[in-house]
Write a protein that binds this ligand. Structure first.
Ligand code: ZN
Ligand code: ZN
Length: 282
């Protein structure tokens, strides 16, 4: 398993030109076919015949991993390895926040798992004015605050829609990023977006979700956008730049570090929800 990684090149195929032995690299996780309509029209990240590193191939929770040349991302040597290893999820956050054009706007983020927490940092650096985060887990609400959230809501104790209305003087948010996959969060986020605003969905609901499209989307002129993965490699350039120039502080996101052999401890902690990103060190 595993697909978020940073490491050193110790061997390479004879025709690989992108890196040299000894280079410090990370990996994109979409393995595009290179030939389909999407690949040929600049949308390799939604390739029709895509494979995923660590899902369709052996993963990176290992001392050594094989990465396809198309997925190699050479890192600036000055970036700490643990930050380099989470550029891939940071890319998820960047691609979710980017369509919101959030500069000067009020933003709602539902779900403060690691990518939601990264999205808080991204919205902050992209110039959002007020960032409201809805998250039931107290530990993760704290992380959201550390990453720059202005307001956190526990949706189990407070009504999300009413809280957002109060915090935005009855206007609602310009943009919502749904990062949880929870159907109540999705419905609440959509109702919290002001008419003419937009919502991006990254969280994956397990089942079909029924929405009041007439009232909540069509009559409000809302733009709804599905986000999967991250654009290759536009998003990586943004992530690497933000880290190298220290525009985003990733320290609060990485809450735990374990040696690789303690992966089970990491998995249990992840299941508990009381963590951000957990870095495994071989
Ligand atoms: Zn393709
Ligand atoms: Zn990932």
């Amino acid at each position: 398993m595993g697909h978020e990684v940073a490491g050193k090149v110790v061997e390479k195929g004879s025709r690989v030109g992108k890196v040299e032995i000894g280079d410090f690299v990370s990996a994109e996780t979409h393995i595009p076919c290179g030939y389909c309509y999407q690949c040929e029209t600049g949308k390799r990240h939604i390739c029709k015949d895509m494979k995923i590193l660590g899902v369709h191939t052996d993963g990176v929770f290992a001392d050594y991993a094989v990465i396809e040349e198309v997925d190699i991302w050479p890192n600036d040597p000055s970036i700490p390895a643990e930050y380099a290893s989470i550029q891939e999820p940071l890319g998820n956050a960047i691609d979710t926040i980017r369509p919101g054009n959030v500069a000067g706007k009020n933003v709602l983020i539902t779900g403060a798992g690691p990518v939601g927490v990264l999205a808080v940092g991204v919205a902050r650096v992209f110039g959002a004015t007020k960032i409201i985060v809805s998250e039931p887990n107290r530990y993760r609400r704290e992380l959201a605050l550390e990453m720059g959230a202005d307001e956190v809501i526990n949706p189990l104790e407070n009504n999300l829609i009413e809280s957002v209305q109060e915090l935005t003087t009855g206007v609602g948010v310009d943009f919502a990023a749904e990062m949880s996959g929870n159907d109540k969060a999705l419905k609440g986020a959509l109702k919290s977006v002001t008419a003419g605003g937009s919502i991006a969905l990254l969280g994956l609901p397990d089942e079909e979700v029924s929405l009041d499209l007439t009232s909540d989307l069509i009559f409000k002129g809302i733009n709804m956008i599905g986000i999967t993965g991250r654009e290759m490699f536009r998003t990586w350039h943004i992530a690497a730049r933000l880290i190298k120039e220290e525009r985003i502080d990733l320290k609060p996101v990485i809450t735990h570090k374990f040696p690789l052999e303690d992966y089970k401890k990491g998995m249990d902690l992840m299941t508990s929800g009381n963590c951000g990103k957990i870095v495994l060190i071989p």
